[in-house]
Write a protein that binds this ligand. Structure first.
Ligand code: PMV
Length: 326
């Protein structure tokens, strides 16, 4: 039996980095998804092929074997292998599986690509083994795999990818779904600069050690922004949400995770009429987002493209992980 699963990427509307220090954050699933297929093998090996990474290879208890680029394949496929292995362990059987991964979420730019791949992998492999894996388990196993990529992620990416929609998330406490009564349009601007989330999280940690009184206040202020943003979303008050996103960007600049490219795209989006704009995800490159009512979305996307970014219009939130049998 071949099982397929898909899981969405995400944009963080407010609260990135502060969420690492247990402040709340607001995140929305987007309609760019990772797709994974899984089929059990007759032996206990794990074969993984990723079309996006253009890599494949076979993991056994003893070794990893790949036809080409062996060391690169071993390193880059390892997070997927960890997700597969931890899922197979849930079945308490000595199983092997063939896993094919295809994601339309560009990697390393803050749109939650690795978490979506991990979530879809756990869901597909879990169902292929015949055991019932709950969303809670999918989320927690995918989080373990994410630790291999990012060190100590907050868990926000795996949560939104599992459950979808818009959620208010707080580390160690979980999340609440946010009902939004207004259809929001978000324009994503991609600087096309890849960066490492782990490095940027380490940068903030270091700054906090150097200037604890200042950085703790900034982190706490970002948490307040998220609380007010959740309220604005609930009430459908988009101009207030936009203001809060602008404040959030300023605070992220202050903790040193923005850069010239992000600031330029944020500025042109505001000039083109966005209600608010900020970097999204870890920063240091990657993506920014702009909030608008649908009438102005194309104009803002054009301004972002003219300023050198790749733009993408997202209308409303996407559903979480789902599986089906091929
Ligand atoms: O997945 P990214 O690169 O968009 O970053 C996730 C957000 C951070 O708060 C920077 C890290 C985390 O673990 O929450």
């Amino acid at each position: 039996m071949k099982v397929l699963a898909s899981a969405p990427g995400k944009v963080i509307l407010c609260g990135e980095h502060a969420v690492v220090f247990s402040e709340p954050a607001i995140v929305m699933a987007i309609n760019k998804r990772a797709f994974v297929s899984a089929e059990l093998r007759s032996d206990n090996a794990v074969y993984i092929s990723s079309t996006d990474l253009n890599l494949s290879g076979c993991f056994t208890e003893e070794a990893f074997k790949s036809e080409v680029k062996e060391s690169e394949a071993a390193a880059k496929l390892r997070p997927i292998w960890v997700a597969v292995k931890k899922t197979l362990e849930l079945s308490n059987k000595n199983l092997g599986v063939n896993v094919f991964v295809h994601s339309v979420i560009p990697p390393s730019i803050g749109l939650g690509s690795s978490a979506a791949v991990a979530v879809a992998t756990v869901a597909a492999v879990g169902r292929a083994t015949g055991i019932r894996v709950s969303k809670k388990e999918i989320c927690s196993v995918a989080h373990e795999a994410e630790k291999v990529v990012h060190g100590q992620p907050s868990g926000i990416d795996t949560s939104i990818s599992t459950y979808g929609g818009v959620i208010a998330f707080r580390r160690d406490e979980g999340f609440v779904p946010l009902k939004t009564h207004t259809r929001i349009s978000i324009i994503i601007g991609n600087t096309k600069i890849e960066r490492s989330t782990g490095d940027l999280v380490r940068h903030v940690r270091k700054l906090r050690e150097l200037y604890p009184n200042v950085i703790n206040l900034l982190i706490h202020a970002i948490g307040h922004v998220s609380v007010m943003a959740a309220e604005a979303l609930r009430k459908g008050n988009l101009s207030q949400l936009g203001n809060l996103m602008n404040i959030n960007h300023g605070l992220l600049v202050a903790i040193g995770v923005s850069n010239e490219n992000l600031d330029r795209l944020v500025a042109v989006a505001r000039e083109a009429g966005a209600l608010g704009a900020k970097l999204t995800g870890a920063g240091g490159g990657g993506c920014m987002i702009a909030l608008t009512t649908s009438g102005k979305a194309k104009l803002i996307a054009k301004a972002i493209s003219e300023a050198g970014g790749d733009s993408m219009i997202i209308r409303g939130s996407a559903g979480g992980v789902r599986t089906w049998v091929a």
